[in-house]
Design a protein around this ligand. Structure first.
Ligand code: UD1
Ligand code: CA
Length: 463
């Protein structure tokens, strides 16, 4: 294969999105839509990947990843004008230039590879990826001559009534001979309804100069669905979401209710794990084998090991080790590490804390900035009082300690190994190992007090 560069157009504002943010960074299953186009081009084996940015360029550039070069299009004067901006960085480049619109995230590397082969086999100067759409509204139409050869592309806004009936559309993916492309761009004008320099006009220019223009028609047109407004954003996201779910199911993950499961592209899940309805798995999350996740969970940027169960809970930027259970209704906040075979029960919030193996925090507790050892038991209503209104402090609870219900541990405090904290205590000082700490006032019994009191009250009523 010839040397190949990809040129991805991502400078437009995307007016039809009605957004303050550039269109190409709107998210599809958690990633900016243009990131898919970048990744797909790289997977297709291009030697160089150039992204053209313009509208809020810095914002776009900072969100994109990979071995890419950015070229700025300071004024957005059309797709042809966008491609012109790459002339300098591709000066002297001889080979294929694959141009892709940044708003078609469903395009696959298989298609790009097949198209490259077709382009080279036929020695084209320009190859356009096309498809027949039942409803072609909004797309540029492919105008063919009597012999069926591509003559030009006409934009919807510039098309005649007859041309509007054409069902074959321009996908926004092209392969050009680099030199022919940049020569033709010099002849481009903006004499059209939108007053823009259309890349699509280059096809006719190349053709008129004796170049060979051909098409590569896709059978499955879902791949080239473009995103111009938020309805299309939802439609494309739905297709992408199903692709991700299907890949997971084929790799051995059970998805109970694919209609109601939202899993982002980078999420990894081990085999025999079951994902129940209403689950959202986001960012860089990995789930081990044989887990039960959901119903109704949100897990983000977290590592969940094998045989873990999480139900009706939120886990963010944390790690949960093998065999532990979380929820229902737990909230594991960033920088927490839950050990092996731990039980985190209902209405428990853990923040920036480490919880040792076999520890139980079964109900109604707040654990913040704490280090909890192994085989510890925190009773219902235990609160780690980590904040004094000014600073956060750390509490340490050693192995096998038992903290009774409704205890407050005023941080910083250290609870020694195997110690007991009496229920209802407010602990302000360290507790040595193997000790019982009681920090509450003694119970007082006043026999007959209610009867006496009632008489007093009743007497008052008769006055
Ligand atoms: C474009 C095609 C149309 C095709 C459709 C496929 C043109 C003139 N028309 O139309 O034939 O059917 O895509 O989806 O090319 N961009 C820039 N700089 C600009 C303008 C746009 O970088 O000055 C970028 C946008 O960010 C976007 C891409 O180019 O990623 C396409 O622009 P868009 O306005 O969406 O073009 P369409 O009207 O969809
Ligand atoms: Ca578009």
């Amino acid at each position: 294969m010839l040397n190949t560069a990809a040129l991805i157009l991502a400078a437009g504002q995307g007016t039809r999105m009605k957004s303050n943010y550039p269109k190409v960074v709107h998210k599809v299953c958690g990633h900016p839509m243009v990131q898919y186009v970048i990744d797909t081009s790289l997977q297709a084996g291009v030697d160089k990947c150039i992204v053209i940015t313009g509208f809020k360029a810095q914002e776009v550039e900072k969100q994109l990843k990979g071995p890419i070069d950015f070229v700025r299009q300071e004024e957005q004067l059309g797709t042809g004008h966008a491609v012109m901006q790459a002339h300098r960085v591709l000066a002297g480049f001889k080979g294929n230039v694959v141009v892709l619109n940044g708003d078609i995230p469903l395009i696959t590397s298989r298609t790009i590879k097949k198209m490259l082969m077709h382009h080279e086999e036929n020695s084209y100067d320009c190859c356009v990826l096309t498809a027949e759409l039942p409803d072609p509204v909004g797309y540029g139409r492919i105008v063919r001559d009597k012999r069926g050869n591509i003559k030009r592309i006409v934009e919807e806004k510039d098309a005649t009534k007859v041309e509007k009936h054409i069902k074959e559309i321009n996908s926004g993916v092209y392969i050009f001979n680099a030199q022919k492309l940049f020569e033709a761009l010099k002849a481009l004008d903006n004499d059209n309804k939108q007053g823009e320099y259309y890349l699509t006009d280059v096809i006719e220019i190349i053709k008129n100069r004796g170049g060979i223009v051909g098409g590569f028609k896709l059978e499955d047109h879902t791949e080239i669905k473009g995103i111009n407004n938020r309805i299309q954003l939802a439609e494309v996201s739905e297709i992408m979401r199903n692709r991700i779910l299907e890949n997971l199911m084929l790799s051995g993950v059970t998805i109970q209710d694919p209609q109601n499961t939202y899993i982002e592209k980078e999420v990894v899940i081990g085999r025999d794990t079951v994902v129940y309805s209403g689950t959202h798995l986001e960012g860089k999350t990995s789930i081990g084998e044989d887990c039960r996740i959901g119903p109704n969970c949100r897990i983000k940027d977290s590592r969940v090991e094998d045989r873990v169960e999480v139900a009706y809970s939120v886990v963010v930027k944390s790690r949960i080790k093998t065999g532990s259970t979380v929820g229902p209704f737990a909230y594991i906040r960033p920088d927490s590490e839950i050990g092996k075979h731990v039980k985190i029960g209902d209405f428990v919030e853990i923040k920036k804390s480490k919880v040792g193996d076999y520890t139980k925090i079964s109900h109604l507790a707040y654990v913040g900035d704490a280090r909890i050892g192994e085989e510890v038991n925190l009773g219902a209503g235990v609160i780690i009082v980590n904040y004094d209104g000014y600073k956060k402090h750390q509490t340490i609870i050693q192995d096998k300690a038992f903290v009774g219900c409704n205890a407050n541990l005023i941080s910083p405090v250290n609870i020694g190994e195997g110690s007991y904290i009496a229920a209802g205590s407010t602990i302000t000082d360290d507790v040595p190992e193997d000790s019982l700490a009681i920090a509450r006032s003694r119970q007082v019994i006043k026999k007959g007090w209610p009867t006496k009191k009632r008489k007093e009250w009743e007497g008052k009523q008769h006055e």
